[in-house]
Structures are given as structure tokens and as C-alpha cells.
Design a protein around this ligand. Structure first.
Ligand code: NAD
Length: 475
């Protein structure tokens, strides 16, 4: 059985207290690795390594840092197969998906910020004959990056790439459920020429080492992606020390289908937005709102497409969906399906665990629920979608905004004016019109309401990981 280590000061080392936790393969339900359950002692080592590394890394010319990050992006591409295989085994997602999306995107994250940092400029204001102001943007020092299990290397790199590009040193913690690709990244960062101590990767449980990273006075900013309940604790802890904090949290995203849409395209993409990655993407549309006039037609076509989906071994290229990440997550998903039935929902497809080793669940489609029932308000984060009717635009907007979340929304219509109107009325940080999950990394990424605070992406992330300092010179 594989035993992984922390990556501190450019070396793989055992956790000081020698505590480990099991890592389970969701595809088989069997333990396949053990991972450090790090403690304060490991964190102190990482903090001192990062502080020693900071002066050199932060004062290095941006184009030199950029070259190291480009090299890391290259190495991720060179190791695509192996990283994708490990990500699929760790998370339960199909190998083909990890290979086509997760790992290429991790490489793209490093490449994007490697380029962004050499194009980043700070602002200057000239009041002719009176004064010049310019804003210096300095890196913060040591920062903490904490990521979830659903898109392991993709989200891990989305945080650490801008932090490193800006000249910070990083202490990062991947989810204890999916540590393997973050573990592999340590070695690749060393091969790319990253100085020791710049990137430190600690493994372990959130309430232990995750909380310790947030509490430590040395971490000057915390970039966190995970559940809303955890985000509340992270935000409260970080604010005690006035740390900068960015929270990317849960969602209950509406997918609004108007009768004037391209129905074939709306159905095809809605199947993807409901079930890609077993529905374990924060941006998945979990409430499909359909205009009355096309409800029956959409439903028939949608269910027919869902019946074609294959749930199976993550290593099999024919599997559309793999396994859910853990037994406890599967139990949570199943409990919501049972709740939906109690709440009056009708199962149109799926609704059951698949009886084989591992954590497999059928893609599940439910209709007939009240817009305000728990199934329609709470995040399930699995392969479960509800179909709901609406009469007109106002009702669609009202239902869309009826949850505590505001992460993303998809709108299907061929009426351009309506697309703008509805986009502006829906309380979501990200709106897709006639598409889903299309991303330009320059754009701000993040949610409204309980879906989080702060934005990632583009220059937003470079600003987050730096401190502005205004310098005023009298002319
Ligand atoms: P989670 O909140 O349980 O854990 C996320 C990370 O936080 C893990 O690394 C965990 O170990 C750590 N953690 C847990 N308790 C902590 C604490 N007290 N202090 C510091 N760190 C702690 O979330 P999860 O189950 O891993 O991920 C699923 C959730 O993430 C869903 O709600 C999903 O919507 C959300 N998510 C959001 C986005 C986004 O961009 N908005 C993206 C992906 C996932």
C-alpha cells in the first residue's frame, strides 16, 4: 500500500507525530494509500521554510518566476496520463474526464498565471502640476490555500498558481479525500526549479491541519474552496486576525429553459450540467426550471438522454459517470433522494445505489417538488436534479433567487434582450447563456450570497494575493 508524505522545504518528509489516515479508492471501496494526518509541528516546519524562502522568491524578477511556472505547466502536461489515472482513482471520476478536463486545466492554471504576472501592472494617477500617485502591489508573505475533493488538482492549482506568481510562498492543503495529485505536484515543482520552501504541501483533516493553517499568525491570507458551513468557520477564524480571505463555497444552481430556446442543445447540455463528474461540480445545474409550454417535451427528451448514461468503472472509457467520492457522501445523496420522495417528488429516472463494490449511484431525475422544499433549496452535490415548471420570466427569476446560494446560473433562450434582462436579475456570480462551464480564465470567478466572498480568476486573484500601497509624490 502506498504511503505518501508531506512536501516541506522542497523535500518529502513523514509527519512529525507519525499519524496517518486511510485513503479509499471510491471505484472499489478499498483502502489504497495512507496519508499524513499533519499536526501543528508539521505546520511550524512549513511556516519556517516558507519564511526563509520568501525574500528570494518575492524579489525574483517576475519573468524568472514566470519561467518556473511555465515549466511546471509543461511538466503537468508531460505527466498527463499518470496524473489523470491517479486523480480518477482518488476521486472516482472517469479517467477520460480527468485526462480531458481536470489535468489539462491544472496545467492551464499555471500557464495562465505565468503569463498574467508578466503582464500585470499597477495603477498610477497623475494630477498635472500637483501630484503623482502610484500603487505598489507587494506580495503578502506566506499564504494558506485549502481546496476540496471534487476537482482535486484543478482547484488546488487555481489557488496556488496566482499566489506563487505574485511572489508569495504557499502552505497548501488538498482535501484529505483526494490528496494524490497534490502529492505528485511537490516533485514536479522541484523539477520545474521552484526554490525550496516556496510551495509546501501538508496533508490531513480539515478540522486539524486545515484549521491550524487558518489560525496561524504567519498566514497572511487564506484562499478557501469548500462547503458553506466550513467557509463560515474559516471566515470567522481568519477575520479574528484581519486576514485577507477568499471563500468559494456551495451552490444550488438554476438552469432556466425558456420555450424559445434551441431545445436539442438545451437538453444535451443540461444532461452534462446535471451529471458531469457525478454532479459533483459546484457549478452543476441542480434545479432545472422549464417554461410551461415546453415542460413535457423537455422532460421526455431529457429523461431519454439520462437513460443512455452509463455508470461504471472509472477506468472504463465507456463510463459517463464513475463513483461518488466516499461512502458517507453517497449516503448523503441517497438521504436527499429519500427526502425528495417524502416531500412529494416523483422519480423519473434513477434514485438508487448501484449494488457493486465502490460508491456508485444512478443519475437521478425528480419532478413534482415545491420550489421551497428542502430538496430544492439545499445543496446535494451529487447526481440528482429536479425538474420544475415556471409560467413566465418573473416567476423564473423569483424561483432562481429563492435559495441562500448564488454561484452560477444557465439561461436557455434565443431572445437576446431577455438573456440580458434575466442575467442581470438573477443573483449569481456566474451566468452562462446557451452554454455551460465555458471558462475564460481572465474573468472573475465566484459566487454571491452564501456561495462566498471575493473573486478568483484573472487579475482579481493577483490583487487578492497582494497588498496595495499608495505612494503620493508632490510635484
Ligand atoms: P469541505 O468544506 O468539507 O472541505 C473543503 C476543504 O476544507 C478540505 O480540504 C477540508 O479538509 C478543509 N476543511 C474542513 N474543515 C476545515 C476547517 N475547520 N478549517 C480549515 N479547513 C477545513 O468541502 P468538500 O466536501 O471538500 O467540498 C465540497 C464543497 O465544496 C461543496 O459545497 C461545493 O459546492 C464546494 N465547492 C465550491 C466551489 C466554488 O468554486 N465555489 C468549487 C468546488 C467545490
Amino acid at each position: 500500500m502506498q504511503k505518501i508524505q508531506n512536501f516541506i522545504n522542497g523535500e518529502y518528509i513523514d509527519p512529525i507525530k507519525g499519524n496517518y489516515i486511510d485513503n479509499v479508492d471510491p471505484g472499489t471501496g478499498k483502502v489504497f494509500a495512507s496519508i499524513p494526518n499533519s499536526t501543528q509541528e508539521d505546520l511550524e516546519k512549513a511556516v519556517s521554510a516558507s519564511q526563509c524562502a520568501f525574500p528570494e522568491w518575492s524579489s525574483m524578477a517576475a519573468d524568472k518566476r514566470s519561467r518556473i511556472l511555465h515549466k511546471l505547466a509543461d511538466l503537468i502536461e508531460d505527466n498527463l496520463e499518470e496524473l489523470a489515472r491517479m486523480e480518477s482513482r482518488d476521486n472516482g471520476k472517469p479517467f477520460w474526464l480527468a485526462k480531458a478536463v481536470d489535468i489539462p486545466r491544472a496545467s492551464a492554471n499555471f500557464r495562465f498565471y505565468a503569463s498574467a504576472i508578466v503582464n500585470f501592472s499597477s495603477e498610477a494617477q497623475v494630477s498635472e502640476g500637483f501630484m503623482v500617485n502610484y500603487t505598489r502591489r507587494a506580495p503578502l508573505g506566506t499564504v494558506g490555500c485549502i481546496s476540496p475533493w471534487n476537482l482535486p488538482l484543478y482547484l488546488f492549482s487555481w489557488k496556488i498558481a496566482p499566489a506563487l506568481a505574485m511572489g508569495n510562498c504557499v502552505i497548501a492543503k488538498p482535501s484529505e479525500l483526494t490528496p494524490m495529485t497534490a502529492y505528485m505536484l511537490g516533485e514536479l515543482s522541484k523539477e520545474a526549479g521552484m526554490p525550496a520552501g516556496v510551495l509546501n504541501i501538508l496533508h490531513g483533516e480539515g478540522k486539524g491541519i486545515g484549521q491550524a493553517i487558518v489560525e496561524h499568525t504567519a498566514t497572511k491570507a487564506i484562499s478557501f474552496t469548500g462547503g458553506t458551513a466550513t467557509g463560515k468557520i474559516v471566515g470567522a477564524t481568519a477575520s479574528q486576525q484581519f486576514k485577507k480571505v477568499s471563500l468559494e463555497l456551495g451552490g444550488k444552481n438554476p438552469n432556466i429553459v425558456f420555450s424559445d430556446c434551441d431545445l436539442e442543445e438545451a437538453v444535451k447540455t443540461s444532461v452534462k450540467s446535471s451529471f458531469t463528474n457525478q454532479g459533483e461540480i459546484c457549478l452543476c445545474g441542480s434545479r432545472i426550471l422549464i417554461e410551461d409550454a415546453i415542460y413535457d417535451e423537455f422532460k421526455e427528451k431529457f429523461v431519454k438522454e439520462c437513460q443512455k448514461l452509463v455508470v461504471g468503472d472509472p477506468s472504463d472509457d465507456n463510463s459517463n459517470l464513475g463513483a461518488l467520492v466516499s461512502e458517507s457522501h453517497l449516503q448523503k445523496v441517497d438521504s436527499y433522494v429519500k427526502l425528495a420522495i417524502e416531500e412529494g417528488g416523483r422519480i423519473l429516472h434513477g434514485g438508487n445505489r448501484i449494488e457493486k463494490d465502490g460508491f456508485y449511484y444512478e443519475p437521478t431525475v425528480i419532478e413534482g417538488l415545491d420550489e421551497n422544499c428542502r430538496t430544492n433549496l439545499e445543496e446535494i452535490f451529487g447526481p440528482v436534479v429536479t425538474l420544475n415548471r415556471f409560467k413566465d420570466e418573473n416567476e423564473a427569476i423569483r424561483i432562481s433567487n429563492s435559495t441562500r446560494y448564488g454561484l452560477s446560473c444557465t439561461i436557455w433562450t434565443s431572445d437576446l434582450k431577455r438573456a440580458h434582462r434575466v442575467s442581470h436579475a438573477v443573483q449569481s456570480g456566474i451566468i452562462w447563456v446557451n452554454c455551460w462551464l465555458v471558462r475564460d480564465l481572465r474573468t472573475p470567478f465566484g459566487g454571491m450570497k452564501d456561495s462566498g466572498i471575493g473573486r478568483e480568476g484573472g487579475n482579481e486573484a493577483l490583487r487578492f494575493f497582494s497588498e496595495p500601497q499608495n505612494v503620493c509624490i508632490k510635484l
